[in-house]
Design a protein around this ligand. Structure first.
Ligand SMILES: C[S@@+](CC[C@H](N)C(=O)[O-])C[C@H]1O[C@@H](n2cnc3c(N)ncnc32)[C@H](O)[C@@H]1O
Length: 264
């Protein structure tokens, strides 16, 4: 997320030592650093222009990015494909490139990185282990039947492009966001407090942590890097039948141990 301090030593070593680094890095400082340290650097940022062509969308762009990584690999180079955050979280290009490389008999692997979710947990002081966590892409949540658990934390990724089904624009609008809110209010009260979160991506920046009521989301300013954080709205409810079942097992095992001790 933030090059200074959040780039793992092993990722840095690959970036500096492999024959070529291929990347679509939005942060200009990170990009300049990569260009300086890589033996050869192939920038994929311009590929996003593909989406403006007729008949093409984000999926074509991602496929073309993966194909560029693979073409470098087939030419015999040791290739490092670099992504921000964790390269395997909401990053289909890395998964496609690794699967295709392995299918062709090449060795390929992924190094984990610090994701937006890791930063979110730290900055918001939320432990996903306390109540459990659901995490999904905003548009996927909108267009599929999903069971949302209001007793756990819900993280919605990419609200800044929520509802953009054509996959041609990297933006949303107030009406799409209203549809998202309407669906969320099947589970949460309209006044439920949610957060818009943006991790700092350079050392001089502070994280954005804006608290707002769910009903105000359509008028909020969302960027491509914004993540929507929806805390639990209800208390956990005990499942007494399971507790009874566990108690019965414990009692049975204790009495069996007692009988064995008596026989001995
Ligand atoms: C294509 S995904 C990439 C995620 C990235 N691979 C990671 O591990 O964080 C883009 C989404 O990640 C989240 N994201 C990316 N940068 C972020 C940031 N600086 N702060 C908070 N969330 C961010 C947003 O939900 C954004 O829409």
């Amino acid at each position: 997320m933030r090059m200074g301090g959040q780039l793992t030593p092993i990722a840095q070593s690959y970036i500096e030592n492999f024959d070529v680094v291929v990347a679509a890095i939005p942060n200009i400082f990170t990009r300049k650093w990569l260009m300086g340290v890589a033996k050869e650097y192939i920038c994929l940022n311009d590929y996003y222009a593909d989406m403006r062509e007729d008949g093409k969308n984000r999926r074509n762009t991602y496929r073309r990015m993966a194909d560029t990584i693979l073409a470098e690999m087939r030419s015999g180079k040791r290739v490092c494909a670099a992504f921000y955050g964790h390269p395997g979280i909401f990053a289909c290009i890395s998964h496609m490139a690794i699967a295709d490389a392995r299918a062709e008999g090449y060795e390929a692997h992924m190094e984990p990185g610090i994701s937006a979710l890791d930063c979110l947990v730290a900055d918001l002081g939320i432990d996903p282990g306390t109540r459990g966590m659901q995490s999904m892409e905003s548009t996927q949540f909108m267009i599929y039947q999903r069971n949302i658990d209001p007793t756990s934390l819900l993280i919605l990724w990419q609200p800044g492009i929520a509802g953009e089904l054509a996959l041609k624009k990297l933006e949303t609008n107030e009406e799409y966001l209203q549809v998202l809110v309407d669906k969320l209010t099947r589970t949460y009260p309209p006044e439920h407090e949610v957060y818009l979160y943006e991790a700092a991506t350079d050392p001089l920046e502070k994280a954005r942590i804006d608290k707002l009521q769910l009903k105000d989301l359509p008028r909020a300013f969302l960027k491509q890097i914004t993540t929507l954080v929806i805390p639990a709205a209800q208390d956990l409810q005990k499942d007494q039948s399971i507790i009874d079942q566990l108690d019965a097992i414990t009692a049975r095992r204790q009495s069996a141990r007692g009988e064995m001790a008596e026989q001995a």
